[in-house]
Write a protein that binds this ligand. Structure first.
Ligand code: LFR
Length: 488
C-alpha cells in the first residue's frame, strides 16, 4: 500500500509517503513546510490555513512522486482546537497552547471541579493549556455562542479534507473532558463545567475510516479517487508510541521533539493521588493502551536558545554547538526543566541564567555551557520521570526507547543512558509518521496483528542505535538530581 502520513509538529509540518506490506516499511518525505505561529493583537495563533496549504502541497507531491494513494492519515500536537459555527465555518484561528490566555481560566475551572476530582475522571496531568482551560477562556468571548463543534487540529484538517466531523480518541484524551476509564466523553464533567455537549463530536477509534478526500480536494491535488482518510493515533505522541520498536513490555519511551514525552505503556490508567501529585498523565493510546507519561519541556529549551542566539547575530549551528557541549564539564549547572518560566517563547539563555542565579549556581558562561546545561538537565528529567513512571505504575523497565528528532542527538542519547543507568535504543526519528502509516496499513488490510506485530516490522526495517550506560555514573547523577530537587 502507498499511504500518506501528515505529521504536524510545533515548528514544521511534513507529508511522508509510506510503502507498506508484510516485511516492508519504507518512508520518504514529499513535503516539509514551516509551522510559524503568528501573534495577532497580543494572542499567539496557529496559521492553520498555511498548514492546510502545506498538506495539499504534500498530497499533490505524493501523487506526482508515487502515483495513486491508498490512504491518508493525520497526526499533530494535541490540545488546541478550532471552533466551527453551524455552517461549518472556522470561528477564528486556533490559539497556540503557549499563549498566556489559557492559564487565566484555571482558577475558574478549579472552582467548579477540584483538581482531584478532575484527575479521578480524566487522569490528565495539570497543564495550564489543556483544552478544558482553553474552552473556559474562550467562553468569555463574544463569538463563543456561535460555536457548534470544537475540533482538534487533525480533526479540523480531516474535516476540510473529507467534510466529516468527528473526534479521534487519542487526541480527545488530551482535552481533559474524556473519561480515562470509560474512554468516552465525560458528560458529567461537561455538565459541571457548563460547556455545551454539542461541542464534542462523536469519537472515532484509530483505524476507523473517516471518509474520503472530497471532489474539491482531488481536483486541487490532482489525485485520483477514491482516497480514504483513516483515523490514526491523531495525537502525534500516540502515533510515536506505536512507532517505538519495543520487543517486550518492559520499556520506557522518550518521544523527543519540541516536547519530551516520557513514560510507559499500560493496559489501564493509574488514577491515584500519588500519580496526580507527581504530574503523570493517562493519555489514551492505540489498541486500548494507556500512555502513562509526563511532559518534559524537551528540545524547546534548545530550539528557543538557538532562535535567541540567531536573532542576536551569534553563532547558532546546532552540530557545532553540540560538539562543543560534549567537551564541557558535566553538571556545571543544572536546572529543573519543568520550571513554568520556560513555557512561553522568549530569551531562554537569559531565563536559564536567572534560574541558575536563584538556585545559587554560577550561570553557564558560554553558549556551549548553556547547551550542556540544557542536555544534562533534560537527561536528569528523563531519569526522574522514567523511575517515577515505573514506581507509580508497577511496570518494570529494562530499556529506554528514545524516538523522534532527539534520536539524532547522540550526546543527549548517551547522557540519557548514563542518567537512567539503562540502555537507550535511539530511533526511529520519524516514529510518529511510522506509527501513523502502520495504523493505516493495518486498517487497510496490508498488515495484521496487534502492536507487538507492528513493532516486529519496525525492528526488522528501521535503524536503531544502541547507547549503553557508562559504568559507575550513578553517584554523580544522583548528586546532580539532589541539587535540582533542593531547588524545586
Ligand atoms: C507533542 C505534544 C505533546 C502535547 C504537546 C502540546 O508534540 O503533542 O504530547 O502535550 O504537544 O499539544
Amino acid at each position: 500500500m502507498r499511504l500518506a502520513a501528515v505529521d504536524l509538529g510545533a515548528s514544521s509540518g511534513r507529508v511522508m509517503v509510506g510503502r507498506v506490506g508484510p516485511g516492508r516499511l519504507e518512508l520518504h518525505e514529499v513535503n516539509r513546510f514551516a509551522n510559524r505561529p503568528v501573534r495577532v493583537a497580543g494572542t499567539l495563533h496557529w496559521d492553520v490555513l498555511a498548514l492546510y496549504a502545506g498538506v495539499l502541497d504534500g498530497l499533490r507531491a505524493a501523487g506526482r512522486d508515487v502515483g495513486p494513494l491508498d490512504g491518508v492519515g493525520i497526526d499533530s500536537w494535541a490540545v488546541d482546537v478550532g471552533l466551527l459555527d453551524a455552517d461549518g465555518a472556522l470561528l477564528g484561528n486556533p490559539v497556540h497552547y503557549r499563549d498566556a490566555r489559557h492559564a487565566t481560566a484555571v482558577p475558574g475551572v478549579h472552582e467548579l471541579v477540584s483538581p482531584a476530582d478532575l484527575y479521578r475522571v480524566n487522569g490528565l496531568q495539570h497543564l495550564p493549556f489543556n483544552t478544558v482551560f482553553q474552552l473556559a477562556a474562550m467562553r468569555q468571548l463574544a463569538g463563543f455562542g456561535l460555536a457548534r463543534h470544537a475540533l482538534l487540529v487533525p480533526d479540523l484538517l480531516a474535516y476540510w479534507l473529507t467534510g466529516a466531523v468527528g473526534a479521534e480518541l487519542t487526541n480527545a484524551s488530551t482535552t481533559g473532558l474524556l473519561d480515562a476509564t470509560t474512554r468516552q466523553w465525560s458528560t458529567d464533567l461537561v455538565d459541571r463545567l457548563r460547556l455545551p455537549h454539542e461541542l464534542f463530536p462523536p469519537l472515532r477509534q484509530p483505524g476507523d475510516r473517516l471518509g474520503e478526500l472530497t471532489a474539491d480536494v482531488l481536483a486541487e491535488t490532482g489525485l485520483t479517487g477514491p482516497v480514504p482518510v483513516t483515523a490514526v493515533g491523531s495525537h502525534d505522541t500516540a502515533s510515536a508510541v506505536v512507532g517505538v520498536p519495543a520487543e517486550s513490555e518492559r520499556f520506557a519511551y522518550v518521544s523527543c521533539g519540541t516536547w519530551s514525552l516520557v513514560g510507559v505503556e499500560l493496559p489501564d490508567p493509574v488514577l491515584t493521588e500519588a500519580s496526580r501529585e507527581a504530574g503523570f498523565t493517562n493519555e489514551l493510546g492505540v489498541d486500548g493502551t494507556v500512555r502513562y507519561l509526563r511532559n518534559v519541556m524537551g528540545l524547546w529549551l534548545l530550539q528557543e536558545s538557538l532562535r535567541t542566539w540567531q536573532s542576536a547575530g551569534l553563532p547558532a549551528d546546532l552540530t557545532e554547538l553540540l560538539h562543543a557541549a560534549a567537551r564541557e564539564p558535566a553538571f556545571g549547572a543544572v536546572v529543573d526543566c519543568d520550571d513554568d518560566r520556560f513555557l512561553p517563547p522568549g530569551d531562554m539563555p537569559a531565563r536559564i541564567a536567572e534560574v541558575c542565579r536563584e538556585t545559587g549556581q554560577t550561570p553557564p558562561q558560554s553558549q556551549a555551557a548553556t547547551v550542556r546545561c540544557i542536555l544534562d538537565s533534560l537527561a536528569l528529567a528523563y531519569r526522574r520521570t522514567v523511575r517515577q513512571a515505573a514506581e507509580l505504575s508497577g511496570r518494570s523497565v529494562d530499556v529506554v526507547h528514545l524516538v523522534g528528532g532527539g534520536a539524532r542527538n547522540t550526546l543527549l542519547c548517551q547522557l540519557t543512558a548514563d542518567a537512567c543507568g539503562l540502555p537507550v535504543l535511539a530511533g526511529p526519528v520519524e516514529a510518529a509518521a511510522l506509527g501513523n502509516v502502520l495504523v493505516q496499513a493495518r486498517a487497510g488490510g496490508a498488515l495484521s496483528g496487534g502492536l507487538a506485530e507492528l513493532r516486529t516490522l519496525l525492528r526488522a526495517t528501521q535503524q536503531v542505535v544502541r547507547h549503553d550506560p557508562t559504568p559507575c555514573q550513578e553517584a554523580a547523577w544522583q548528586a546532580a538530581e539532589d541539587r535540582v530537587r533542593r531547588t524545586r
